[in-house]
Structure formats: structure tokens, C-alpha cells
Design a protein around this ligand. Structure first.
Ligand SMILES: Nc1ncnc2c1ncn2[C@@H]1O[C@H](COP(=O)(O)OP(=O)(O)O)[C@@H](O)[C@H]1O
Ligand SMILES: [Mg+2]
Length: 456
């Protein structure tokens, strides 16, 4: 019915104001379907509708409506197939002309152009009938200038005009955004009624999530001139206004993250090791979220490497603070330039704080890896003051420790045998490590240069 294939539009090409408003947008709309378009300001919603209506010609791609290839058609020719209602109640009507005259013009849309708005008797009674369906009492005011009506009344009339000749396609661009809530509700009710009665194929832009979930049979969310989400079928039936708002919030966070990371780590040595760090950090709170996936994908693009497969809500294997520390150790092992290591630290801080809250685990692990990286950058050598050791209580335990910590050499300390798990910078981190082995039933101790504590 409507087939939009890979259209792109850039405004003000090759000037300072160049705007890529649509990038390779494709949408197929079946006859009689009612598509709702949502998206942040400037995401290209109006531009998409304008491209279909022919307000300008697209740079590339094609538009097919009702079997006609309309891509190069001028706007007035497309108007024979398309009805439109804009946000502003004052566009689309001639304010000084009467209601009857405006409607008569609409009734002749695309036909007998050049004739005046004379209204004969049979047309007039048809007008009365149709206007009375609005239930606004306007049928008795047909001679009043349209400019004397309220915004809601004008939008209702404009809607009537736009759907008068059962257009192949109805375009509604935030047509209730300028109205007070009560008028908006009235116009929405009318919109629903007309679209259902006439079975109109419709593209409607709205900023109201309530409208988005209560009207239509499919929701498309645009972002930066592209279709980001396309929700139909059972997913559409289940979606709530809160779900949609959450997607907006995700996008806003993603944008903030993009800004704060701008220019960091433009290229990097050890991209495999860095990807492993990101993946481990995303998993450390046992829940990978879309923002974290977005960050990883951003860097994968930046470095032109493949992003690891991650899905929202999942937990990657090895998702604990120990694993994260070892990914950082692996990275420092390949001797990256000091400035890159410093930038990595910035990236990691942004990564954990772009979340609404920094979890305790994130805080502890950031303490530890910050110290590791700063130790590396300042060439301070091994700064770890907190050593975690396991004191085996039996030969059986010795054997299981040897399995847990391959390569750990037993050393004699204060007359007994101990196995060192490692030296750590952050006392809290050392405690987490300690607890991990305590949980395994091992007698584990944290030794610091100033004091020692015993945990069982
Ligand atoms: N006629 C135009 N000339 C220049 N820039 C435009 C024009 N129309 C839209 N834009 C720009 O294209 C982007 C998308 O705008 P628009 O489609 O109006 O967004 P939305 O309707 O989603 O708020 C914006 O950056 C906007 O400033
Ligand atoms: Mg708009």
C-alpha cells in the first residue's frame, strides 16, 4: 500500500547547517493499517511525513503509494492521494473563508483546480450532515469564518477535510499537540472514529505515549533519522506507556554516555583485552543493560572490531569482581601506552556512573582497578598492600587449594603453611576476595602491611 524504500534526506547539504534528517528509512504499510510514529524532538518524524507528502524530494530511495511510484511527483499531485493534518490548527485552512467554503475546497481536492469556492445546495446539505457528525454544533455555523473557531474545532474540521475523499493515505503530524487536554481527547476520539469507519491507511506522529498505546496497530520509534524500534503484533498488544517511556530514558542515557565518551580512546592497542574488560564490567552487577551494550558497541565501531555477543539482562560467564580484575591485569600485561591506560580509567568511570546508581560491587572493583591502572601508569610497581592468604586446615584442603589456585606456591608464615591468593590495592576488594574463599569453607586471612585480620 505504502512502500517507503531506503529514503534519505539531508538538509542544507555542504553548509555549516547540514542536517542528516533521514538515513535509509524503509517502511511498508499494509492497506488499512494505522501506524503511530514516536521519537525524540528532531528524530525525523515530520521529515518522514513531509517526504511522503512531497514537501521536498528525497535524495535517494523510493516511495510507492497505492501502486503509483510517487517519488518524483510534486506535492500538489500527491495531494490527490493524501490527506494531512498538521500540529498547528491554523495551517491547512483559509481563516477568513467560511466553514462551508473551506470544506467545499477540501471536497474538490485535486480536482477542477482554479474554480472558486461556490457552494451549491446539494453540496451544502452533504456538508451539514458531515459536520453534524462532529457533535460540535458547527452545522449551524457553516457561514462563520473558520478563523472564529477554537483550536479543537478547527482540528476537527481539518480532520474532516483531510479524510473527505477517503484518501489512500492519511498523515497526522502531532495534530493534537497544540490543544488543551479536553480538546485533544475530543479530536483523538474523532480521529479514531474516522479512521475506523473509512478504513484509512494512516501514519500518525504523536508525542503522547498514551495515544501511542491506545491507538493504531503498530508503533515505530525513530531515532536520529532512522527507525529504531518497530513494534507490531503481540509485542504491540502488550506494550505499555511505561515501556515506551523507558525506551526514551534509555536513549537519553545513551546520548549522555556518548557525549561523555566523545574522543576517548580513538584507537587502542589490545582491543581484545579491552573488550574483555568491558564485558566483565558490564556483567559485574549481574545484569547487562542496554546502555552497557550500547557502550561496548560504540567502542567496537570506533576500533572497527567485532563486539562480543551480549544480550540485555543476561549475565556473562565469569561475572565476578575477581574475573574483572584479571581482565585488567591481562591488559596491563601487554604494556599499553600510559595515556591509553589513563583514558581507559576515564571510560570505566563513565561506564559505571552513567548508570543511575553505582552498586557496591562496582565501587569496590573500581577502587581496585583504578589503583592497578594508576600503579601501572606511574610505574609505582606492586602497590598491593593487602595480601589474602589461605591457611589450610588439613591435607585434603591443601589438595583443593592446589586445584583452586594452580601455581600458588605454599609458603611458611609464622610457623604454618599458607597459600597466597594475591596482593590487592583496595582493602575492601581484598575483603571480597577473602569472603569468596571463606564461603568455600577455607580459613582465609587478609594481611595488610599494618595489621592483619582473620576471617573464618
Ligand atoms: N526544512 C528543513 N530545513 C532544514 N532542516 C530541517 C528541515 N526540516 C527538518 N530539519 C531538521 O531535520 C531534523 C529532523 O527534524 P524533524 O523531522 O522536524 O524532527 P521531529 O519531527 O522528529 O521533531 C532536525 O534536526 C531539523 O532541524
Ligand atoms: Mg515534528
Amino acid at each position: 500500500m505504502l512502500r517507503i524504500s531506503g529514503i534519505s534526506k539531508t538538509f542544507n547539504i555542504a553548509t555549516n547547517n547540514e542536517v542528516r534528517a533521514l538515513t535509509n528509512v524503509s517502511l511498508d504499510l499494509e492497506e488499512g493499517s494505522f501506524l503511530i510514529i514516536i521519537g525524540m524532538n528532531g528524530s525525523g518524524k515530520s521529515t518522514l511525513l513531509n517526504a511522503v507528502a512531497g514537501s521536498f524530494l528525497v535524495d535517494s530511495g523510493s516511495i510507492n503509494l497505492a501502486g503509483e511510484e510517487i517519488t518524483r511527483w510534486p506535492e500538489h499531485r500527491r495531494a490527490k492521494l493524501i490527506g494531512r493534518v498538521f500540529q498547528n490548527p491554523f495551517s491547512g485552512t483559509a481563516p477568513s473563508m467560511s466553514i462551508a467554503e473551506n470544506l467545499a475546497l477540501a471536497a474538490r481536492r485535486g480536482r477542477s483546480r482554479g474554480l472558486g469556492p461556490a457552494v451549491d445546495g446539494s453540496v451544502r446539505s452533504d456538508l451539514r450532515d458531515r459536520v453534524s457528525t462532529l457533535n460540535m454544533g458547527l452545522e449551524d455555523r457553516l457561514e462563520n469564518p473558520i478563523g472564529s473557531l477554537s483550536g479543537g474545532q478547527r482540528q476537527a474540521l481539518t480532520l474532516l477535510m483531510a479524510s473527505w475523499l477517503k484518501p489512500e493515505l492519511l498523515l497526522l503530524d502531532e495534530h493534537t499537540a497544540a490543544l488543551d487536554p479536553k480538546s485533544a481527547d475530543q479530536v483523538i476520539e474523532l480521529t479514531q472514529k474516522i479512521i475506523t469507519q473509512e478504513k484509512l491507511t494512516t501514519l500518525m506522529v504523536t508525542h503522547s505515549m498514551q495515544q501511542a498505546v491506545h491507538l493504531g496497530d503498530r508503533i515505530v520509534m525513530m531515532y536520529k533519522g532512522q527507525v529504531l524500534h518497530d513494534i507490531s503484533g503481540t509485542a504491540r498488544e502488550r506494550v505499555t506507556a511505561e515501556d515506551l517511556l523507558r525506551r526514551f530514558a534509555d536513549l537519553r542515557r545513551k546520548e549522555q554516555l556518548g557525549d561523555s565518551l566523545h574522543g576517548l580512546l580513538p584507537d587502542a592497542t589490545g582491543t581484545d583485552e579491552l573488550m574483555a574488560i568491558f564485558k566483565a564490567l558490564a556483567s559485574v552487577d549481574h545484569h547487562i543493560d542496554t546502555r552497557e551494550i550500547a557502550l561496548i558497541e560504540e567502542f567496537a565501531r570506533r576500533w572497527n572490531v567485532a563486539a562480543p555477543e551480549l544480550s540485555e539482562g543476561a549475565t556473562a560467564e565469569g561475572s565476578d569482581v575477581l574475573h574483572l580484575r584479571s581482565t585488567v591485569a591481562d591488559y596491563l600485561q601487554i604494556s599499553p601506552p600510559a595515556d591509553q591506560a589513563t583514558e581507559l580509567l576515564d571510560v570505566l568511570h563513565h561506564f559505571v556512573s552513567a548508570d543511575e546508581q553505582v552498586s557496591e560491587e562496582e565501587e569496590i572493583v573500581m577502587d581496585e582497578i583504578s589503583a592497578m591502572i594508576m600503579g601501572y601508569v606511574t610505574q609505582s610497581g606492586d602497590l598491593g598492600l593487602h595480601e589474602v592468604v589461605i591457611v589450610p586446615q588439613s591435607d585434603a584442603q591443601k589438595a583443593s587449594i592446589a586445584q583452586l589456585l594452580p601455581g600458588a606456591e605454599p609458603t611458611v608464615m609464622r610457623g604454618g603453611t599458607v597459600y597466597s591468593v594475591g596482593r590487592f590495592f583496595s582493602p575492601k576488594y581484598a575483603e571480597v576476595v577473602c569472603d569468596k574463599y571463606v564461603d568455600l569453607g577455607l580459613f582465609t586471612t587478609r594481611l595488610s602491611s599494618t595489621k592483619s585480620e582473620v576471617h573464618t
